[in-house]
Each structure stands twice: as structure tokens, then as C-alpha cells.
Design a protein around this ligand. Structure first.
Ligand code: GRG
Length: 289
């Protein structure tokens, strides 16, 4: 089976079924998770594991955990108290369909489930407990105060403020970059990387992550609701600092390409085993949606 199919199957098998009580919560969790996301973070986990000679099957719990954390962040980011958005992954957002309380709780449930699956996968797991523990700590740090949640606070506080280039990069590296960097690292850890390999994949993840967010900023200016499956033009409306705003669109495109080139160079020592990650980085940075 294709790796994307393996992730879908894993998520489907190990999430509570729609009918599991409380059914509203189970439905809300599945509604957002199976709404056609690009699954980039799971692909990074699997690609990194493969690059260091690990098995894709053994990396599936970690891949699924990253998608759960990512989906929780999207649900919460769309809430009225945050970005107040009504469209995500081409569908009405969770709070529009299920109400705000269930949307908050669906995000919370996804976050807890992510750590349960990562620490103690339901299917037989050959990843040593020591590596799993390290992966739990990596994901927790990347998702929390010093990563995504901290970045979201920096982002909210910067709305309507003048933000310089350094502050903008700090927001991007925390809000989006931390989870992408951690996906590359956790794949490597689970796959049994040595320190040199882990370091290379960390740099790869940092560059691909920043490039991805710069492209996201560009698409917010150039894309449409239909192509993006979410509301376009939101950053400018919310008075958010973005790469095109701070640096200009030409410079933003140039920076994204430079980051891609650097990320690809990190993969050279891995040879053909690094090819899936290289293709993924190109997809992340040359995407149109
Ligand atoms: C609310 C705790 C909390 C955190 C929010 C990551 C984040 C922080 C919010 C998501 C909103 C957003 C637009 C962030 C920028 C990162 C980004 C481009 C997210 C969308 O990721 P994709 O394109 O989405 O991988 P799909 O739907 O394809 O999975």
C-alpha cells in the first residue's frame, strides 16, 4: 500500500469509531481528521525514518500522532476566539458544525490521543521504549509553550502591530516550524538515526518548515478559497505580519527557493533513501494549495 494510504488506514483503525460514546465527540474528531488534509507531517515522519534505514510500519504510530496534533491545532486556530474562520479543508469548520464547546473538546481529545498512540501504540510495536519516550518528549516540546502554542500566542499578540523581520521569523519558526522540525526529528529517532543523521534531518526540517510557512503566506495573498480549501486573504484582513508584507513577494519567493535548495542539500548523504523526503520538500515549497 502507498504510504499515504497506510497513514489513513492507521488513523481510521485506531481512532474511536463514529458511534463510540460520546458519539458527538467521536464524530467531531473524525469530521476534522478525515477532511482531506495533505498529511505532510506524517509523510515527513515516514520519510525521515526511511532515510535512516528505519521501517515505515514502525513509524506509523508517530506519523499518526503528528497528524492528530496538527488537526487539533487547526480546529482550535479556527475558533471564534482565535482566527474565527468558517472554512477549513474545504468544509465548514468544526465549531460551525458541532458548536464551540465540542470543537474545543475535539481538539483536546485529538491531542491526548496523539500522545497515547505515540507512547503506547495499540498494535504490536518494535520501536524500543527508550526511543518512544524520546519521541513523546520531542512532540510535547514542539507542540507546547516553546513551540506551536507559544508561536500562536506570539502571532495573536502581533496582530495590528508593526513586526520586523526577526520577529516574523520567530513567529513562523514556532507556530508552524516547530512541529515540522519535530516530525523530521521524530521519524529519525524512531528509525534509529545516529547523531549526525539526526542533526542533518533537524536542519532539513527547520528549512522545509520555514519555507512551507513562507509559501503559506504567499498563497494567502495569491490563492482563492476554492484552491486553498480555507479562507484566502485572511492575513491582510487580520492585520497579520507575513513574509510578503515584510519582505515583498519577490523576496519571499526567493527565500522559499533558497530554503528548499538548502534543505535538499542536507539529504545528499542519504542517497536514494532520502529521495521521498526530497520529493516531499519540493511538494511543500512548490505547492499551489
Ligand atoms: C491553536 C494551539 C493552536 C495552535 C495553532 C499551526 C497553528 C497554530 C495553527 C494553524 C493555522 C495556520 C494556518 C497555521 C499556519 C500553518 C499552516 C500552513 C497550517 C496548515 O497546514 P497544512 O497546509 O494543512 O499542512 P492541511 O489541511 O493540508 O493538513
Amino acid at each position: 500500500m502507498e504510504r499515504a494510504g497506510l497513514v489513513e488506514e492507521y488513523l481510521d483503525r485506531y481512532l474511536p469509531p463514529e458511534s463510540a460514546p460520546p458519539a458527538t465527540l467521536s464524530r467531531a474528531v473524525r469530521y476534522s481528521l478525515f477532511a482531506g488534509g495533505k498529511r505532510l507531517r506524517p509523510a515527513l515522519v515516514l520519510g525521515s525514518a526511511e532515510a535512516v534505514g528505519g521501517s515505515i510500519e514502525d513509524a506509523l504510530p508517530a506519523a499518526a500522532a503528528f497528524e492528530m496534533i496538527h488537526t487539533y491545532s487547526l480546529i482550535h486556530d479556527d475558533l471564534p476566539s482565535m482566527d474565527d474562520d468558517s472554512l477549513r479543508r474545504g468544509r465548514p469548520t468544526s465549531h460551525v458544525v458541532f458548536g464551540e464547546a465540542i470543537a474545543i473538546l475535539a481538539g483536546d481529545a485529538l491531542q491526548s490521543h496523539a500522545f497515547a498512540v505515540l507512547a503506547d501504540p495499540p498494535s504490536p510495536c518494535r520501536v524500543p521504549a527508550e526511543r518512544r519516550l524520546r519521541a513523546v518528549a520531542e512532540l510535547a516540546r514542539a507542540a507546547g509553550v516553546s513551540g506551536m502554542v507559544g508561536g500562536q500566542v506570539l502571532d495573536l499578540e502581533s496582530e495590528g502591530q508593526s513586526v520586523d523581520a526577526a520577529a516574523l521569523e520567530r513567529i513562523h519558526r514556532h507556530k508552524t516550524g516547530a512541529l515540522i522540525r519535530a516530525a523530521a526529528r521524530v521519524g529519525a529517532i524512531v528509525g534509529g538515526a545516529n547523531e549526525d543523521e539526526l542533526e542533518r534531518l533537524t536542519r532539513f526540517g527547520e528549512e522545509a518548515g520555514l519555507g512551507f510557512q513562507i509559501v503559506d503566506d504567499i498563497l494567502d495573498v495569491e490563492g482563492s478559497d476554492e484552491t486553498l480549501g480555507k479562507s484566502a486573504g485572511k492575513d491582510a484582513k487580520a492585520g497579520k505580519a507575513t513574509y510578503p508584507l515584510v519582505h515583498g513577494i519577490g523576496e519571499a519567493r526567493k527565500k522559499a527557493e533558497e530554503l528548499l535548495a538548502s534543505a535538499l542539500s542536507r539529504l545528499e548523504p542519504f542517497g536514494p533513501a532520502g529521495r521521498p523526503l526530497a520529493l516531499l520538500a519540493e511538494q511543500m515549497i512548490r505547492r499551489r494549495s
